[in-house]
Design a protein around this ligand. Structure first.
Ligand code: KG4
Ligand code: ZN
Length: 358
């Protein structure tokens, strides 16, 4: 292994004071922390392999029908230390073997991010090793490099989560640009808010997916007419609200009687809105390497539609494993590895950032 110890080139001077054990090696062992929203996750990457990717989810938010930021940060505090112990045990490594600590800097909920960032700092300080900050949305895209086959550059990635809906043009591991995005709600929000109207628990995306498999898309909702590569989901949300209101005037049990078909219809519309824009982006850029990422990429309807469309249009499609779709620290670890190789470390003054662009 190529191994240079105490190699400080390009490093922030504060890091030299704080971390003396900076080893620039080609295959670093990175411990990554993700805490941007309501999942606490810790992953360990060693020699290009994810040794563990543990996630502690927060079911407590179901009671409130959405994420309560204050509750989310307190839950992160409860979960993070036991998760670290489990991560070392699962990966079968000692803390002395870790070369760098990676963390999600943003975007996300500030209180949630603070827990991960502070924990990363204390670990880095106690182990005397450098820290790497990662942009959560870039990490969703770079999750495609955890397993083979990885997309070839340039590729397009439809990044769809609870907070974002973007089409990203990726030129390299370090160079990506958003070429289309939502003007209002994110696709995950469209799933979750529609689910709320159907009295489904939060987050409703996975439940809509489950019920859609049992129904037919027999109710039609309109596709918004938005210029360029941007998206909009607020009109769809209002359309669903009025549709349900009108139907319930006639049959007060309309939702109960038609739940599976309503879910199939909502899912079908959200997925066609997403894939139609992706088709437009592919035609406009001439790119046929097409990936999806983020929580909504776990949706079976979307995965299927991307495959079918890709086969029709001659795309090479890349669909992440389920565990790398929703929030996870493995994606933070792989994103951090590319930064490690460029020696992009941060000092102990690194701060969380709720809003961050790609
Ligand atoms: O990426 P993610 O885990 O967290 C954010 O960064 O937001 O995405 C969470 C979103 C939620 O809106 C959730 O309802 C949605 O992803 N989601 C799904 C599915 N699994 C998660 N939406 C539709 N179908 C699914 N199977
Ligand atoms: Zn996410």
């Amino acid at each position: 292994m190529y191994n240079i110890t105490n190699f400080h080139r390009n490093c922030d001077p504060r890091i030299i004071q704080n971390a003396t054990k900076i080893k620039i090696i080609l295959n670093p062992t990175i411990l990554a922390i993700e805490s941007s929203c309501d999942d606490t996750s810790i992953a360990i990457l060693k020699e290009d392999a994810i040794l563990c990717n543990l996630v502690a989810s927060q079911s407590i938010h179901k009671e409130y029908g959405g994420i309560v930021p204050e509750v989310a940060s307190r839950q992160h505090l409860l979960h993070i230390v036991p998760l670290l112990d489990q991560a070392y045990a699962k990966a079968g490594i000692r803390q002395e073997d870790v070369d760098a600590i990676a963390f999600t800097r943003g975007p996300g909920l500030l209180g949630s991010l603070i827990v991960g960032v502070s924990f990363a700092k204390s670990l880095a300080l106690s182990l005397d090793i450098p820290m790497i900050e990662v942009n959560h949305m870039q990490a969703h895209v770079l999750a495609h490099f955890i397993d083979e086959p990885a997309p070839a550059f340039p590729f397009l990635c439809l990044t769809v989560s609870g907070g974002h809906t973007q089409i990203v043009l990726i030129e390299s591991h370090h160079d990506m640009k958003v070429i289309g995005q939502t003007l209002d709600d994110a696709a995950g929000e469209a799933f979750d808010k529609s689910g709320k109207m159907l009295q489904l628990d939060y987050p409703a995306g996975p439940l809509i997916d489950k019920y859609a498999k049992l129904g037919q898309p027999k109710f039609s909702f309109t596709e918004p007419d938005i210029a360029g590569l941007d998206f909009s989901f607020s009109g769809l949300k209002t359309g669903i609200l009025y549709f349900l209101r009108d139907q319930q005037k006639v049959n007060s049990d309309f939702i109960k009687d038609n739940l599976h078909d309503i879910c199939a219809s909502i899912q079908d519309r959200i997925c066609t809105i997403l894939v139609n824009k992706l088709k437009q982006a592919a035609a406009q850029t001439g790119i046929t390497e097409i990936a999806i990422a983020g929580g909504v990429s776990a949706n079976s309807g979307l995965r299927n539609l991307i495959e079918v469309t890709g086969a029709e249009l001659g795309w090479n499609t890349y669909i992440p494993q389920f565990q790398y779709c929703t929030d996870n620290a493995a994606m933070i670890a792989i994103a951090a590895k590319y930064k490690f190789l460029k020696e992009e470390f941060v000092g102990l003054d690194a701060s969380p950032q709720a809003r961050m662009t790609i």
